[in-house]
Design a protein around this ligand. Structure first.
Ligand code: ZN
Ligand code: ZN
Length: 221
């Protein structure tokens, strides 16, 4: 709650203005604080049945169970959940569409699947995980089982995998790409920037969300 308050204040948003919380999965970096925030401000929470199973402290009146294969509407937005390979109960990521614009959010995914690549085509804005640098992870202090978990097909995308994914999707409409879920322990922003600069894109469209600072508003035209 403290983090949410700090970050919302920085963005000029009051918690009372939030219409819905979309939960991707139950890992603590995505789940902690959801129950208290939703309960305090009476905010509906959208999550899969699998995520719900491990979140029984969430008041039933706020729960909206979503089907991982069915788009749903919140206000003017159409939300498309996309199931992803990750070591949680029933993880999804989300694509948010309006009549004219599409924003994709994709973190906590161990490997790309054809289904994911197909769904994230033609985004106007994309928030994408670049979790770790494989060399830094394997040279680093994590125990062997954790290195396997993070780098494995049910863990997280490394920098190279993130760049490979970007090269598979249609970028003709892309206004912004934000790399996020960047590990402080197992990544290095300079190395990621260098990889992005040599392999991708118009780097003018690229932003990086840090764990400490988060990200300022970006306006999709
Ligand atoms: Zn995560
Ligand atoms: Zn996770």
């Amino acid at each position: 709650m403290r983090q949410v308050n700090t970050r919302l204040t920085r963005l000029g948003v009051r918690p009372q203005e939030i219409d819905a919380l979309l939960v991707t999965h139950e890992h603590s970096d995505h789940w902690s604080g959801v129950v208290s925030l939703a309960s305090k401000f009476n905010i509906p929470v959208y999550l899969t049945a699998g995520s719900r199973r491990v979140s029984d402290t969430l008041p039933a009146s706020l729960v909206n169970i979503i089907n991982g294969d069915c788009p749903f509407a919140i206000g003017d937005f159409t939300i498309t959940p996309v199931p992803v390979p990750h070591d949680a109960r029933e993880p999804v990521q989300f694509i948010v569409d309006t009549a004219a614009r599409r924003c994709g959010i994709l973190t906590d995914i161990g490997r790309m699947t054809p289904h994911v690549v197909q769904h994230y085509q033609s985004c106007d804005a994309l928030f994408l995980e670049a979790n770790h640098d494989a060399d830094i992870l394997f040279a680093g202090p994590y125990p062997a089982f954790l290195k396997e978990r993070v780098s494995g097909g049910w863990g997280h995308l490394n920098n190279q995998q993130a760049v490979d994914f970007v090269q598979k999707v249609n970028l003709s409409q892309l206004q912004y790409i934000v790399f996020g879920h960047i590990s402080e322990q197992n990544n290095c922003l300079d190395r990621l920037r260098e990889l992005v600069a040599t392999s991708l894109l118009d780097v003018g469209k690229v932003h990086y969300a840090s764990q400490g600072q988060g990200l300022d508003w970006l306006v999709i035209q």
